[in-house]
Ligand binder design. Structure first.
Ligand SMILES: [Fe+2]
Ligand SMILES: [Fe+2]
Length: 198
């Protein structure tokens, strides 16, 4: 049994009101997308609710928390503080909340970078985070539309947008994001019968 009430209380303690509202909105959107794509609704609800659980954590504490774990940060991660909360969230869910479901844990861990071979649940949570009702960035309507066409179309559009934005702002690309993009493009090329080699 999932202790929803305890999780709700925990989120209210750990997150700002705005981040709490975002978590609820992502949970709702994850459920919506899970139903659309035949993904386990309870897992989507849980991963959506908890995905940002470490978002408001003090950066030094967060780094220490990760440093005490079995995860070694890559160069891009060391230089990308916005990525820490996803790794920290994964660790918190695994080690503190004792969540054992690997798919739920991975959906939390990869919700900012994406990665190659994302499971349908990981994609649902990734897209729910970008298209929840509280989101109001310039491109959100288009991203919502694409996320409702297929998981592949939604992911391709979102990762493309993310990479362009990171490059434009002079930020590093995480290897998992590049791998995610390459895998989506390879699927496109194979679908269209084009060769991937140059
Ligand atoms: Fe996040
Ligand atoms: Fe989020």
């Amino acid at each position: 049994m999932i202790p929803w009430q305890e999780y709700d209380t925990l989120l209210r303690q750990k997150l700002s009101p705005k981040r709490y509202e975002h978590s609820i909105a992502v949970m709702e959107r994850a459920v919506e997308l899970a139903k659309r794509y035949g993904v386990d609704v309870d897992k989507a609800r849980l991963a959506g609710l908890l995905h940002d659980i470490m978002k408001n954590e003090d950066k030094i504490n967060l780094l220490q928390f990760i440093g005490n774990s079995d995860i070694l940060l890559s160069v891009a991660e060391k230089n990308g503080p916005p990525l820490w909360h996803a790794i920290g969230g994964f660790l918190y869910a695994r080690d503190v909340l004792k969540i054992e479901d690997a798919d739920v844990l991975n959906a939390i861990r990869y919700h900012t970078t994406g990665r190659a071979n994302m499971s349908p649940l990981e994609q649902v949570v990734y897209l729910a985070d970008l298209t929840s009702s509280d989101r109001d960035y310039l491109d959100v309507e288009e991203t919502r539309k694409r996320s409702e066409q297929s998981l592949h179309i939604g992911m391709l559009y979102s990762i493309n947008f993310l990479i362009c934005d990171l490059v434009k702002r002079g930020n590093m690309l995480h290897q998992d994001t590049v791998d995610c993009y390459n895998e989506l493009i390879a699927q496109e090329l194979n679908k269209n019968g084009k060769k991937t080699e140059r």
